[in-house]
Write a protein that binds this ligand. Structure first.
Ligand SMILES: [Zn+2]
Length: 136
């Protein structure tokens, strides 16, 4: 099983590889959350000024049958929210987090399209199996 320490290492690698141009305005943390059927990941920040942004990754991804690139792609997606000012202290560049192809544009610009495509394909094919084969 993967742990938060592993996740943190992967997150740092992704940040250095694809987001090195972004200077963080507030702390960005990652952790595994509960196992959830639908939400693969999310980013939250409490309203208190300067509080850390916390990326939570679905607990099902602790299982090593899930390829690492799936987690990397989800982390990258959440990092795009961070850099566009959603759940972070950076200026909010848009009104809604997913509107108008914001995410797609950033993913493309940063060379993350392929990994995202692979991730979606893997999820489409395997997600039900992942959920079913783990006892609750
Ligand atoms: Zn999103």
């Amino acid at each position: 099983m993967r742990h938060n320490k592993w996740l943190k290492k992967i997150a740092q690698e992704i940040w250095h590889k694809y987001f090195a141009d972004i200077s963080p305005t507030n702390d960005l943390r990652v952790k595994f959350g509960k196992r959830a059927r639908w939400q693969l990941g999310c980013i939250r920040q409490s309203l208190k000024k300067g509080s850390p942004s916390i990326v939570t990754i679905n607990g099902y991804f602790k299982n090593e049958i899930v390829p690492q690139y799936v987690i990397e792609s989800i982390l990258a997606h959440e990092f795009v929210h961070y850099l566009t000012g959603f759940s972070s202290s950076r200026p909010k560049l848009f009104r809604y987090p997913h509107r108008g192809g914001i995410i797609n544009r950033e993913m493309r610009r940063r060379g993350l399209v392929e990994i995202e495509k692979k991730q979606k394909e893997w999820i489409d094919k395997n997600w039900n199996k992942v959920i079913k084969t783990q006892e609750h």
